[in-house]
Design a protein around this ligand. Sequence first.
Ligand code: GAR
Length: 210
Amino acid sequence: LTKVVVLLSGSGSNLQAIIDQVTQGNLKCEIACVISNKADAFGLERAKQAGIPTQVVDHKAFDSRESFDAHLQTQIDVYNPHLVVLAGFMRILTAGFTEHYLGKMLNIHPSLLPKFQGLHTHKRAIEANETFAGVTVHFVTAELDGGPNIIQAKVAIETGETEESLAKKVLKKEHIIYPMAIDWFLNGRLKMNNNQTVLDDKVLNPEGFE
Ligand code: GAR
């Protein structure tokens, strides 16, 4: 069975969506381990509930990004995963780490990339008077939130929309598109080639699948 390692820092609702698809038999993989940089991440509880091994690699125990990433890499590679899934993993990654998993690591980011890279995406989208907010699944490269897009989902920003109400709506979309993209990857339909996303042997446009 294809092995996946999931990295997270928080609630883990995306992890839960993935676990649910595995449980229902829609995603054919083994979640070999869930690793968090925070000991109190609720995502670790979700993993334990599902019988998935967990690990904490606390970034505060390391004196540089390089040493943290190097240790994290060692821990991940114990499982020799086919795919590394970042599911709310709130760390900036070193180039060496991203190179090591190039074409084998996915991230989900709560904006319509390339818009609103970084933090507080929903707040910034509302303040910028955007009509739409959304979420992007993309391959991870050395460029922060900059790897080629795989799939996006849009939601309308309505009058009176708050950061919280928007986050809720977007998360619902996240829980649909992330397992979908992972499924494509596991079935060999999805690849990264020359910094572009290839789905079913077709190069996707920069927005990704819509
Ligand atoms: C999700 O909204 C995800 O898109 C975002 O963190 C949240 C994690 O929620 N990721 C980032 O901001 C990455 N920079 P979850 O822990 O409930 O899956």
